[in-house]
Design a protein around this ligand. Structure first.
Ligand code: CA
Length: 243
């Protein structure tokens, strides 16, 4: 695995130490915090590539912390939650978390999730990456033009509609690239989960649908009424370029 910088936000000292040990074992430079209120300063200082975020923090609600993270960072965010309500997890996904895990979880499961996130193709991007993952200068990935003014600039990890950048999370960007690489073909949900996360875990249908929903909403804001991503009932999704 490609090492990077990780930030563990968790008030339970035992769980915090466990998560930190798992991530350190995976090669990450790990920083820790027991509270949510200093998140902005921690992001500025450490510029993490990965954040594990406890939803139940004593000072600031984890959902609010996630919202603040997304104002400045495109780090991968995995929410760790003791809450069992599906709705609570979905709220986290709607404010920009990339994945979630329920407590108690196994260290092996955490490792697998992190590996899945970082297995995705990575290129330099905006705030938060620390520039640790720049490809060789010769590695130029072509832009993908999806019609209707929508262009994916793969090397910059930017999506633009009519020249204006659309603020996507890493997962939303990765999803759009996944769809665009097989434009016109149907992606079923298990295949999406296999490509983006890992092959088998509960709640994956909701995970896919929440991220696709966020992606669609942002594209619709950028170009109201234009539809690139279609739902194929009972199967999954298909991206059709506009002409
Ligand atoms: Ca907690």
């Amino acid at each position: 695995m490609q090492a990077g910088t990780a930030l563990v936000i968790e008030d339970d000292a035992d769980i915090r130490a466990l998560v930190a040990a798992v991530l350190a074992g995976s090669g990450f430079d790990v920083h820790q915090s027991g509270t949510g209120r200093e998140v902005e300063a921690l992001l500025e200082k450490h510029r993490p590539d990965l954040i594990t975020l406890d939803l139940g923090l004593p000072d600031v609600d984890g959902v609010e912390v996630c919202r603040r993270i997304r104002e400045t960072s495109d780090a991968y965010v995995i929410m760790l939650t003791a809450r069992t309500e599906e709705g609570d997890r979905l709220i986290g996904l709607h404010v920009g978390a990339d994945d979630y895990m329920s407590k108690p979880f196994s260290t092996r499961e955490l490792q697998a999730r992190v590996t899945a996130l970082f297995r995705r193709p990575r290129h330099p991007s905006g705030p938060g990456t620390g520039g640790n993952h720049a490809p060789p200068a010769s590695a130029v990935t072509p832009d993908l033009d999806l019609g209707g003014g929508l262009v994916i600039e793969q090397d910059r990890r930017e999506v633009k509609v009519n020249g204006v950048a659309v603020p996507l999370t890493r997962t939303e960007f990765d999803l759009l690239v996944l769809f665009a690489q097989r434009a016109g073909q149907v992606w079923d949900r298990p295949s999406i989960v296999r490509e983006m996360w890992q092959s088998d875990f509960q709640g994956s249908k909701n995970l896919v649908d929440a991220h696709v929903g966020n992606l669609r909403r942002k594209l619709d804001v950028a170009s109201p009424g234009a539809v690139w991503i279609h739902t194929v009932r009972g199967i999954g999704f298909r991206l059709d370029p506009l002409s």
